[in-house]
Design a protein around this ligand. Sequence first.
Ligand SMILES: Cc1ncc(COP(=O)(O)O)c(C=O)c1O
Length: 457
Amino acid sequence: MNDTSLRSDPVAELRRNWRLQHRDGSGADLAGAPSPTVRQDADAILRQAGTNPPLLAIRAASGPFLVSVANQVLLDLHGNNCHHIGYSHPGLTAALSQQMREMPFVPRGLTNREVVEAAEKLQAAWPYGPAVVAFVPGGSAAVELAIMLCRAHTGRYKLVSFYGAYHGRSAGALSLGGRVRDRSPRLGPLLPGALHVRPFYPLPGEGAFDAEAAARRSLEDLACCFEQEGDVAALFAEPIRNGPFVPPAWYWPEARALCSRYGVLLVCDEIPTGLGKTGRLFATEHFDVRPDITLVGKALGGSIIPVAAVIAAAALNSTADLNLGYFTYERSPMMAKAATVVLEIIAAEGLVARAAELGRVALDRLRAAAAVRPALAEIRGAGLMLGARVCDPAGGNHDELARRIVRECLCRGLLLQSPMGARLMLSFPLRIDQDLVEEAIDVFAAAVDAAAAAADE
Ligand SMILES: Cc1ncc(COP(=O)(O)O)c(C=O)c1O
């Protein structure tokens, strides 16, 4: 490819720059002074743990890449799991621009062709029979609506979810969440009736874990909880935990059977893992299990429009006398157009099969890298979501080594989410070339070596 063609394709040019930068070690400069935007952010934006201070200021996003204000190109393996189709997908930006010009909004009480079309696409895609759909402006709102739907439909108020879970930040979603660090007495009481049991995945801070034993323990807890409480409305869970953590094949059929036995609705939160990320359109399709409700979000808006959806079995369409959502933007043609076009792109570009195929290539390469690197233990993968547990072979602090690896990645132009304890996640966009996936894993391996060598000093 000559220079002219590179210039006419912004993603190809970013890719060339990314390669040059990671090869000569000029990725993000974390040691330098923060950019003015990062400093201004502190005065303008409400401070919150976890996102302050921001690591970098970004000025552009295209394909799988972000570009910092200092022109460092980052391959984004974080993306908040929103970037399945990459950033600024030309098909989506064109469709949304046109939608914005023609009909950006429709007030409450009216409908439009776009929202019906988006709902019909999700109905057709959901493999579990007739369904109805509600659109909401984000994942937490989807969780809230599902909570209300389950309570109203069953006439029960108790909700079961997993310790260690994350389902969002609104009051109901936070109540279902099971991470101790998300709780604070300063936030006041959470929802009554929110109960927790042990999950099939490791709890925060848990080191090496036995997936079979954890899954058995979780089922025992579920059985005990459903039996003793007697009137649980719903179990809320991620079928594959963002991370990724995949339960043994027998877990979900047995959990489903327990739900059915006790009249508990099964709500599968696929907000980070749905829409093809794990190599199936819905993560539940990996298991012989039928949810009553599936929640999708994040990638549904193509990393442009905040939108999520509650897909509920038609039998739950029983709350016509109540206002569960009533969101100002619930029939937004912009949200709907984004969802429709994202689903079309995923289908037309074969991104689900691609996630499965490339995921296998990526997992093999990561496993090969880990085989000669004692710092990488417990390699996991589900489609294009990969994970590793970090183990400091020098006997130091594992969490600290994981943090150092993330920094070394950033210096080499790879953006990873902050580690969860000693666990790292590599979340690839689905629209990415195989050689870029392979190169990214090699860069990751080099970052692990650099971090481990620094830990040794
Ligand atoms: C499993 C899960 N559920 C719900 C949410 C909440 O989504 P949102 O941040 O769009 O409110 C998240 C967000 O990370 C999530 O990972």
